[in-house]
Design a protein around this ligand. Structure first.
Ligand SMILES: C[S@@+](CC[C@H](N)C(=O)[O-])C[C@H]1O[C@@H](n2cnc3c(N)ncnc32)[C@H](O)[C@@H]1O
Length: 218
């Protein structure tokens, strides 16, 4: 999706993707990565996700990237975090002791920003891109992630013709076909989540699954 689409969504607070609670698959499966508590974890397209707070509470240093200034400001205000700001090139950087968010486009995030990353978490980032842009995102993510870094990917899959995204459907086949060049991929779980998603039920989407994958950057 283009930047204006997301700026408008945040401006109008049409943020149905934002979860009021920490993602259940993150809570259940994060430990499988076996990361040291002090590891730095990259959260691409982070929005104002509470999942970052969960990861910070485990001891991780968080490095987020988010296009929307509104999202970033709301994240720090909602969580009552004191934050300092600086400008780094075309990104505005927001820092607390344990957490940094680069506000701006992930495609122009300088590679040195993620040099120390050893973990990553993608929920509603890969599936935010239409198929025409998804591979470019995967390639940018791969560029930003140091070799050996481990991450959790959370996707949704459903018959794409029954609803226009975002979120866009991403099948296990798509992940295997398009991500295997850059990542070792281990599917962890796939579960039926249709009943928890009223928008999909209302549109009579016949099935909806949420899946988690363990990834390792080659
Ligand atoms: C579907 S939301 C998911 C947010 C978050 N991961 C979550 O779980 O709530 C996708 C987010 O990506 C952000 N975004 C879209 N394009 C971006 C880009 N090029 N660079 C950085 N962030 C972007 C949007 O502003 C939006 O907040």
């Amino acid at each position: 999706m283009e930047a204006d689409f997301w700026h408008e969504k945040w401006q109008q607070q049409q943020i149905g993707f934002h979860q009021q609670e920490v993602n259940a698959l993150l809570q259940q499966h994060w430990h499988r990565l076996g990361l040291e508590p002090e590891s730095q974890v990259f959260v691409p397209l982070c929005g104002k996700s509470l999942d970052m707070c969960f990861l910070a509470e485990l001891g991780h240093r968080i490095l987020g990237c988010e296009l929307s200034l509104t999202a970033v400001e709301q994240f720090f205000a909602d969580n009552r975090l004191e934050v300092s700001q600086s400008q780094e090139g075309e990104h505005r950087r927001f820092d607390t002791e344990q957490l940094s968010i680069y506000q701006g486009d992930i495609f122009s995030l300088p590679l040195e920003v993620t040099e120390e990353v050893t973990g990553f978490y993608d929920r509603a980032a890969l599936i935010a891109w239409p198929e025409s842009m998804r591979l470019a995102y995967v390639k940018q993510l791969a560029k930003l992630l140091p070799s050996g870094s481990k991450g959790l990917l959370v996707t949704l899959d459903y018959p794409q013709a029954s609803l226009s995204g975002p979120p866009f459907a991403v099948s296990p086949d798509w992940v295997a076909t398009h991500m295997a060049a850059d990542f070792e991929i281990r599917p962890l779980v796939s579960q039926d989540v249709l009943a928890d998603n009223p928008r999909f039920v209302k549109k009579q989407v016949p099935w909806l699954t949420e899946a988690a994958y363990l990834l390792e950057r080659k």
